[in-house]
Ligand binder design. Sequence first.
Ligand code: BDR
Ligand code: CA
Length: 306
Amino acid sequence: MRIIVDADPGIDDALALYYLRAQPDTEVVAIGTVHGNVPVDVATANALRLTERLNIDAPVAMGAAKPLAQPLMTAEDVHGPDGLGGCAGDTPTSTHVEQSAAEQLADLARQAPGELSLLAIGPLTNVALALQIEPRLPQLLDQVVVMGGALNVPGNITSYAEANFWHDPEAADLVLGAGFENLTIVGLDVTMASHAPGEWLEALPQDNYARQFLKFYADFYESFLGRTGFVPHDPLAAAIMLHPELATYEEDRFAIELTGRYTRGALVADQRFLAEGSPFGRDIATERTKARYAVTADKDRFLDQL
Ligand code: BDR
Ligand code: CA
């Protein structure tokens, strides 16, 4: 599979790149960066560092510095001030391309219609902007896998909202309403249930770089959940993209709550069974095309692969 990655690295984003790099028949064609876990310049430096360290031969384009309609909010408490748990290290030797991440995504999709897939593991600002540049994006991309949302479980950043969608609710809503035909959403229902225990981390060699940068993230998760280990959100999205049989799905039509006092940024779905042409079809049911939402994942198989 040939994949464009849109990310906010970010510790679990970094681990997702490790995962993709190790998978056979998988090519990371390009990377776009976005605000989210850290400001976009920090995320961009990390993406460049990771392409160098992992030998990923792909251009890195810097994307949106802020959400479409709300102020920038970042999550250094989860990922560290440098986005890699204090382990980012030296300034990268390579540089990002001149195009923005949204332009890069639109251009690549136009150049190879139907050939490229998109893995979006940060806020969806770049994807929303790419849709303004190229409204045919939903027809030009093959698979689209988005990490975000909490449907039948609580949120993480607020009671109802998952972080990626909460960081730019307007962008997420635009993407979910754009009519992507092969859209899979990997949310907290499966990522929280795929928690990697402390022993998983301890099985990595002491000098393993991922083990080092994961320590900060695991310390955060221990304070958040009260048990050792970490939640591999973005690597699981990457794994489900390459191995869809790792998960089971429900199919719904989705939107993002934009106005709720306590629910802004929450993923909402029409989960009713509606007969074709039912008069009860309104709002989400009539405005949106269906997408797949992962409801269970084979945690053991995934963690073994990871
Ligand atoms: C998502 O938010 C970020 O902290 C992670 O990188 C992941 O993409 C999980 O809610
Ligand atoms: Ca991320």
